[in-house]
Design a protein around this ligand. Structure first.
Ligand SMILES: [Zn+2]
Ligand SMILES: [Zn+2]
Length: 148
């Protein structure tokens, strides 16, 4: 599979959305994109700082209004500095790598609603690529469970 070709197609689709719709639809599309595509396109948009800050403001709104816009959590929860500031202290960083969520990265919530993973750590945890895999639904640190 040629990833760069697919990314070109993705950019064309985003351009169509921008021309046919508006910034809100564009932000929604970027929000719902796979993490690597989202990060790439946000990085590109930094060349136009006004566009970048408009997109980040809209993504912040999508994340803050998540319970109302996406109650079944079908779509990614995307970090922005402003959104991360609103989170409970333990949720501001990945419980595995302890890195604070950077803008554009995906936040994977544990069912407890208090703890979070970055996408990379969540995949490692659930797919067993590192040490002892923990199922996503395992008891959480907030109920006294300690990860190995
Ligand atoms: Zn992590
Ligand atoms: Zn928890």
């Amino acid at each position: 599979m040629n990833l760069s070709f697919k990314f070109e197609e993705y950019l064309e689709k985003l351009e169509d959305i921008r021309l046919l719709a508006d910034m809100e639809d564009l932000a929604l599309s970027i929000n719902d994109s796979p993490e690597n595509y989202r990060l790439e396109v946000l990085e590109m948009s930094k060349r136009q700082p006004k566009t970048y800050s408009q997109l980040i403001n809209l993504i912040t709104e999508i994340s803050i209004r998540r319970k109302e816009l996406d109650p079944m959590c079908f779509f990614p929860c995307v970090a922005t500095d402003e959104y991360v500031e609103t989170l409970p202290p333990d949720a501001k960083k990945c419980m595995q790598c302890h890195n604070k969520f950077q803008e554009g990265f995906e936040i994977v919530w544990k069912p407890c609603g208090q703890h979070t993973f970055c996408l990379k750590c969540w995949k490692m945890r659930t797919q067993g690529l590192e040490g002892m895999p923990q199922p996503y639904n395992a008891w959480c640190t907030c109920v006294g469970f300690k990860y190995i």
